[in-house]
Design a protein around this ligand. Sequence first.
Ligand SMILES: Cc1ncc(C[n+]2csc(CCOP(=O)(O)OP(=O)(O)O)c2C)c(N)n1
Ligand SMILES: [Mg+2]
Length: 184
Amino acid sequence: MHRLEATRLLLKHVRDEALVANLGPTADELWHLGHRDRNFYTFGSMGLCSSIALGMALSTEGKVVSLDGDGSLLMNMGTIATIGRERPGNLIVVVWDNEEWCQTGHQKSHTAFYTDLERVARGCGIEKTATVDDLEGLEAVFMQALEEEGPWFIVAKIEEGEPLPVMPIEPEMTLYRFRKSFTG
Ligand SMILES: Cc1ncc(C[n+]2csc(CCOP(=O)(O)OP(=O)(O)O)c2C)c(N)n1
Ligand SMILES: [Mg+2]
């Protein structure tokens, strides 16, 4: 499965949930497929996608979906432990696991070897976890995660597709637009 079609599938089910996107192709694809005020793009902030989503989940009522990347999460694995400790019921982490640092030249990441991020999450006390490698499996678990109390940790094994044009880089506008979508 490619991240583009997987993201399109998730967007079919998303209503007013906050979406936080990892930097690079994850953010570019989300922007092209369905830019909306409640998308928060983490330009440049490698490793912080799920940390930012955790903070949002702890301070809002609705579901918050982190669309993270394997390489970024590997750089800040402590955030998985903090999610396991804080247990926000409204947080869903989806890891787009292409087993590489795609954006910087397709270097193989640790998940191409022995690191199993789902097992890391379980070891951190996150009970609702899954690893999926096709669209059917992803759709089923994502729909369940939107309905059921979390935190959820879903590893989605993906293949890299052709890159889309880079989205406009506007961190200040993203913050302003995102905040305003909650305050009106
Ligand atoms: C602190 C820091 N180190 C390195 C980079 C450069 N960098 C940007 S994206 C990226 C790879 C991210 O890998 P992953 O999260 O797996 O996403 P993918 O590119 O595979 O979609 C790297 C190394 C950065 N932005 N910040
Ligand atoms: Mg990656």
